[in-house]
Structure formats: C-alpha cells, structure tokens
Design a protein around this ligand. Structure first.
Ligand SMILES: Cc1ncc(COP(=O)(O)O)c(C=O)c1O
Length: 454
C-alpha cells in the first residue's frame, strides 16, 4: 500500500472518529481529564475502539454519559444472559439490600445457591463460593495439587483462565503446534511457573492425549474451556470425549472451566451439551446474575480438599466477600429464572446466535470479505483471515488493524463490541434487534469497502 493510500485511509478513520467525538463530548471530558489517577481503567481487554463511559443499561441496550444508546454485545463480558438489569435479579437484589449486604457471617443464601448449582449438573456434589472466575481457577488448581499430591497443571493453547500467576501462561508461538511449550504472559511471573509447574497442550489435537500419557506421573489435572472463548465453536464432542477417557486412564483429574459457558451454552453448561462429567468445574459470570462471583464445584472426593473431610489434605481457602449475601441473592435470582424458563431461553439463544452467524457468513462469502463469524450458541467471534481455525493459534494476526477499524465503524452504527472482540447476545435481544445487528455488521463491511480497507 502506498503512502498516499495509507494517508487516505487514516483520514477516513479520522472522519469516523471525529463523528463519534462530536456526539460524545462528556465522554471525551472524562477521558482527557478525569482518568489521571487511574493506573489502568478496568481491564486491558476492554480497549474500546472509541472511549465511551456508560451511564445506564437496560435489556439489550447501553446508554453512555452523553445519552447515546448502543445495542450491547458485551453482556458485561458474559454474565448478562438475560440482558442488562433483568427484572428477576433486580428484585432479588433490592430485597437483599433492604436487609443489608455484607455480614461476614453467612446467611442462608449460600446453601440455596449451592443446591441450584448442584442440581444443574450430575458431576457436582459440592460447591464453594469466591468472588471471581480467577479466584475459582486458583482454588481449583490448588485443590487438584493437594488431592493428587502432584504438582503440574496442564492448560490448552488459546485458553483463558484468569489473572493469577498459574493461569497467565500461553503457548510460545515459536514452538510446534502439536507440542507447544509455554511462556508466561506479562512481567512479574517467575519462569518456574511456565517451565516446572504448568504445562501447555495443543487444543483440538489428539497429540495432547499422548502428552497426558507421557506426563501422567507429575500431572495433577488437565484444565479445559470446553468451548474456548477465543475460538467459539460447538463441534468439540469427539475431542472432549477422548480427553475424558485419557484423563481417567491416566489417573489425572479433568476440570471444565465453565466460567463463560456455565449457564450460557445450556442451563447445565457444556457438561450438559456434551454429556460429560468432569472431576472439577469452575463457574463465574452468569452464575451471579451480574454480581461478582466465582464457584468451584465437583465430586465430593475432590471437594473434600476444602473441608479436609475423609482425611483428605485440606487447602486454605477464604475471602472477606466470598459468599456475600448480595451476590448470593443475585445468583439465586438469575438461576431460579433460568431453571424455570430454560426450555425457552436456551433454544432461543442457539437459534438466534446461529442465525446471526449464518447471515454474516453468507454475506461475507458472497461479497468476498475475508472474515467469518464463529459461534457457539450465543457467544461469537468475528475472525478476520484464516479458513480452518482449530485453535486461536491458527488465526492470522496480520488483520488486526482491519479488525480495529471494523469495530470503530460498528460503534458508529451504534453496536458495541469491546477489545476482546468476543460478542454475546442475550435473551433480551429480540429477533428485531438481531436483525438490526446483522444490518449494522453489513453496513460496517460496506463502510470499510467504500473507505478502501477491503
Ligand atoms: C474461561 C474463563 N475462566 C476464568 C476467567 C476469569 O474470570 P474473572 O474475570 O471473573 O476473574 C474468565 C474470564 O473471562 C474466563 O473466560
């Protein structure tokens, strides 16, 4: 691309940005003056294509502090499966707030929510609560090491399991796809974590079964997102069945990290969709109805590590806000509603997610646009470049700039997807709103073509 052409594209992108700036004056003020004391605004992945600040949210919409309304495909990074501020959760929270929201000493909510979670999937005998998905995976890794007496925990390339040191490893892109080595993500994590205490397995690649066999003596647990958020697709049955088999054969625990997929793919999560019983499960996001939550759940024999029952080595676990009554109320409010209406909600989410993906994929194909919408029911990711994506390692990163441009223009059409580019629809997204989303995606592609990006 020549210099003149690049300048021209920069100008087009500036024009969209200027239009957004023109209608988000209050946001601009906060961005330029109010954020100096923040070392980091929320999390890096939020990385909006244009900085806006949200004032309120209702159903499928977000409204910024300038009064602009957007169709929300963020779903609060996954939790808001009924949309924003759903009535059953609002009612449950309001009723708890009247009684107080933090006691330290538990109320009766923990046992009620634990019963709901236990009833959602046959692999679960017991449940413990913490405050985030990251805390849940941290406790689960510790429990597995204590239970097995082994020190290595294996993750798959392309996965995400949160922000603690044992979760922040990823595949070294220089290593072979089938035998990935691992490196730590970001500064501050000792190399021993990636080299001695964690291990990387290739996702959707049967060589991972051989690696598990080879390392079984030191391997406490294999952890998998049964549907990876970086690579959302549902055709994982064979791989997951094989994984369950090899873990049993090698006496290695299998954990499903259902922080995103729990109560989203089905009421019983991916465990229900694939009919597989893992030894441990972590939940978060949707299970709290939008309140901060993390959950470790599983078979009694492994969960005994939290109590020391039956002479099981006991781990230390706790937290000031763990199992707090407001979060428990939010969780009970949402799960009771989801349970009662699951035969309507989950088929709807799959049908609309598939429809949205198909329409966009058909459009891209017939217009020669190098993008595809991958989806697992209601969670989706528009991937630019690459045909056979078995792992996020297969995604062609050279399209990153085009991707950023896409989401900037999409925001101009009042549809919001933040920086991780993982999009969700909710039960509040009616077919008419899904039509509007499809239209906005198509118009955005047209913008990019008109501007010379495609
Ligand atoms: C599969 C998975 N595990 C763990 C986490 C961490 O959860 P949290 O952000 O609540 O700490 C996430 C967050 O996106 C996740 O997707």
């Amino acid at each position: 691309m020549g210099v003149a052409q690049t300048d021209n594209l920069r100008e087009k992108s500036q024009a969209v940005r200027q239009k957004l700036i023109g209608r988000t004056k209050n946001c601009e003020k906060v961005a330029s003056s109010g954020q100096k004391v923040l070392a980091q605004e929320v999390v890096q992945t939020v990385d909006l294509p244009h900085q806006i600040y949200i004032d309120s949210a209702e159903g499928p919409y977000l409204t910024d502090i300038d009064g602009n309304q957007y169709i929300d495909l963020t779903a609060g990074f996954g939790p808001n499966i009924l949309g924003n501020k759903p009535e059953p959760v609002e009612r449950a929270l309001a009723s708890q707030i009247k009684k107080g929201w933090h006691f330290g000493i538990p109320g009766d909510g923990q046992a009620q929510l634990a019963e709901l979670i236990k009833d959602s999937a046959p692999a679960i005998d017991e449940v413990m609560f913490c405050n985030s998905g990251s805390e849940a995976t941290m406790f689960a890794f510790r429990a597995a090491r204590a239970f097995t007496g082994k020190k290595v925990v294996a993750l798959f390339d392309g996965s995400y399991h949160g922000i603690h040191d044992y979760a922040l490893i990823r595949a070294d892109m220089k290593s072979e796809r089938s035998t990935p080595s691992s490196i730590t993500l970001g500064a501050g994590i000792p190399d021993q974590v990636s080299q001695e205490l964690m291990m990387m397995l290739p996702y959707r690649d049967e060589n991972s079964f051989e690696l598990i066999r080879k390392h079984q003596e030191n391997l406490a647990m294999v952890v998998i997102e049964p549907v990876q958020s970086s690579n959302p697709r549902l055709d994982n049955q064979e791989f997951l069945d094989g994984l369950r088999e090899v873990c049993t054969e090698c006496n290695v625990l299998l954990m499903f990290d259902e922080v995103i997929t729990g109560f989203r793919i089905e009421y019983g999560g991916c465990q229900e969709y694939y009919n597989i019983e893992p030894d441990l499960v972590t939940y978060g996001k949707a299970a709290g109805g939008g309140m901060p939550i993390g959950i470790v759940a599983g078979s009694k024999k492994v969960m005994n590590t939290f109590s020391g029952a039956d002479d099981t080595p006991a781990i230390f676990a706790g937290g000031t806000f763990s199992g707090n009554p407001l979060t428990m109320a939010g969780g009970i409010g949402i799960l009771e509603y989801l349970k009662e209406n699951k035969d309507l909600i989950y088929p709807y989410l799959h049908e609309q997610g598939d429809r949205l993906s198909k329409e966009i994929n058909d459009y891209c194909k017939s217009n020669n646009i190098p993008a595809q919408m991958m989806n697992a029911g209601s969670m989706m990711h528009l991937i630019f470049g690459g045909e056979n994506i078995d792992s996020s390692r297969d995604i062609d990163r050279s399209h990153y700039k085009l991707e950023r441009e896409f989401y900037l223009h999409l925001l101009g059409h009042n549809v919001l997807v933040p920086g991780i580019h993982l999009a969700f629809i909710s039960y509040a997204h009616t077919p008419k709103i899904i039509d509007q989303v499809i239209e906005a995606f198509k118009n955005t592609f047209e913008d990019l073509r008109a501007d010379g990006y495609l």
